[in-house]
Design a protein around this ligand. Structure first.
Ligand code: GAL
Length: 338
């Protein structure tokens, strides 16, 4: 195993580094201290994660490429919630909603490195968010640890503690394509172990839980991403693709991407109750890695998380992090060559 650290520019007067974790099984991960970003996951000669060539791409990009999003990944309706009798007002950065933590989200900040090393290469990053930042209560300390294991797993561990009751929902916003970056993901096979998903309104806020059975949302047996995109079904027509939270069954793996072009499968395991499956439906940026454009349907995000708008939905699994409580969650992306 080895770790290579290189300079990746600077932002807000702070230097940014890229850590490359090289595992014994052949999987390599490039991690940026900017946004605790997963910049690349190379396996069997293929880079499976979209992104940019330089730091400016990550600073100016609008699509959260590979970033660790927070304090609350996904949307909070009307950018407000009430906790312990106090109403909190957040940044409105997505129509009326607060998306991915608002204007000062963790995805666009420089994180500190706590440690790097280990038998299986690992880097632990730290970010402090002030009480009131983006409207969220509590000084929050978050740690994200990325590890590449000998059996080609990319392991993500989230830990956090707050000094006031708050809400917290971290996720990894990597744009995966096992066919390789710059390729379409429409012909990639997607499996999601979910019997239900949360249907949404036009602001992508969950309205009701729906069974996937007999709908284009049934990925339980696996099918190509593009298979049902022209289906006459309200949720497909509304979003023009998939940008929905799937309610996981608890069967493992939670989801799988497989390319029959490269033979690479990426299996996702998680302690989280949901996955936002986003088929890069709005992606349209002129210059990604290698100067190639980032286009719609070039990737699939498998954002393991609690459900959107949970702070306003007592019927959903809770995203409340109580003062002094230790938050922990884990997600694994396992790479297999078939
Ligand atoms: C996803 C979200 C999409 C879009 C994307 C970033 O998590 O569900 O609607 O905002 O992030 O471009």
């Amino acid at each position: 195993m080895s770790i290579i650290c290189k300079d990746f520019g600077s932002c807000d007067g702070k230097s940014v580094e890229q850590y490359t974790l090289i595992g014994n099984g052949g999987l390599e991960a490039d991690i940026l201290t900017y946004g605790a970003t997963v910049r690349a996951l190379r396996f069997s000669g293929v880079d499976t994660v979209c992104g940019y060539d330089d730091l400016d791409g990550y600073i100016n990009g609008k699509s959260y490429q590979g970033a660790s999003v927070g304090r609350y990944g996904n949307r909070i309706a009307n950018a407000e919630f009430t906790l312990g009798g106090t109403k909190y007002t957040l940044d409105r950065n997505n129509n009326k909603a607060c998306l991915h933590g608002g204007n000062s989200g963790f995805s666009h900040r420089v994180w500190e490195v706590c440690s790097a090393g280990g038998d299986e290469p690992s880097v632990k990053l730290y970010f402090h968010s002030d009480d009131g930042e983006g409207g969220f209560p509590g000084n929050l300390d978050e740690y994200v640890t990325y590890t590449v294991t000998d059996s080609n797993e990319f392991l993500i561990k989230y830990e956090a503690v707050s000094d006031k009751d708050t809400v917290f929902n971290p996720t990894c916003h990597a744009y995966f394509n096992p066919s390789g970056t710059g390729e379409t993901a429409l012909d990639v096979f997607l499996t999601v172990n979910a019997d239900e998903f949360t249907a949404v309104n036009s602001e992508l806020i969950p309205t009701e839980n729906r069974a996937v059975n007999m709908t284009p949302f049934d990925f339980r047996k696996g099918k190509r991403v593009g298979c049902d995109l022209v289906a006459k079904y309200d949720q497909i027509e509304l979003v023009k693709g998939y940008d929905h939270n799937f309610i996981l069954n608890g069967k493992e793996p939670a989801a799988t991407l497989f390319s029959d072009k490269t033979g690479i499968a990426i299996e996702c395991y998680t302690t989280e109750p949901g996955i936002q499956v986003y088929t890069a439906t709005n992606l349209d940026e002129p210059c990604g890695k290698g100067g190639k454009p980032l286009r719609r349907f070039d990737a699939v995000c498998l954002e393991t998380q609690h459900f959107p708008n949970s702070p306003n939905r007592p019927d959903f699994p809770s995203t409340v992090l109580y003062a002094g409580e230790h938050f922990e969650s884990e997600t694994v992306y396992k790479f297999i060559k078939k």
